[in-house]
Design a protein around this ligand. Structure first.
Ligand SMILES: [Ca+2]
Length: 164
């Protein structure tokens, strides 16, 4: 009996694992799969945060995806993204993503959903970030690979995400 149970358990684990880890197998062009979980694209050029948001919205992708500033909620995606930017693209720098606390100081939300689901604290945010109070209300993946708050009129790179 025991010998029959082991393959059954293995089959069940194999069937459930993709659901548990939210793996994505395919991303619509020009997006690429980062960390096995997120479809991200990094256009060239630098933009204000508003300009970055508008740029992502103009990228046409196949249904059911749509394009937005990136919503990074996974440590795996953040570290994989930073390795991609630094070692593959070789373009380390500051990059806008889709978070803001412009509506309510200290409450960080995603611009697409207006939900306060932006991760808080370590290991996403760098030590003592966010530190800009009312002067810095938009979310940056900074040169050190961690979240920071930035002034929305600064010109930074852009990370877009294709989201279902
Ligand atoms: Ca702020």
């Amino acid at each position: 009996m025991k010998t029959d149970v082991v393959p059954l358990v293995a089959a069940l684990v194999g069937a459930l694992l993709p659901l548990a880890t939210a793996q994505i197998a395919y991303c619509p062009a020009p997006y690429i799969l980062i960390g096995g979980e997120a479809c991200l694209y990094i256009p060239g050029g630098t933009y204000t945060w508003d300009g970055a948001r508008d740029l992502c919205h103009t990228i046409t992708v196949a249904s059911p995806y749509s394009s937005h500033l990136a919503e990074i909620e996974s440590c795996n995606v953040l570290s994989s993204l930073w390795n991609y930017i630094k070692y593959k693209l070789e373009r380390p720098g500051n990059y806008w993503i889709g978070g803001s606390d412009s509506g309510s100081e200290g409450t960080w939300y995603w611009e697409r959903t207006t939900q306060p689901d932006v991760p808080k604290g370590a290991p996403f945010w760098f030590t003592e970030e966010p530190d800009g109070d009312d002067l810095e209300n938009h979310l940056v993946v900074a040169t050190n690979g961690f979240f920071a708050d930035g002034q929305g009129d600064q010109l930074y790179g852009v990370i877009c995400q294709a989201i279902i």
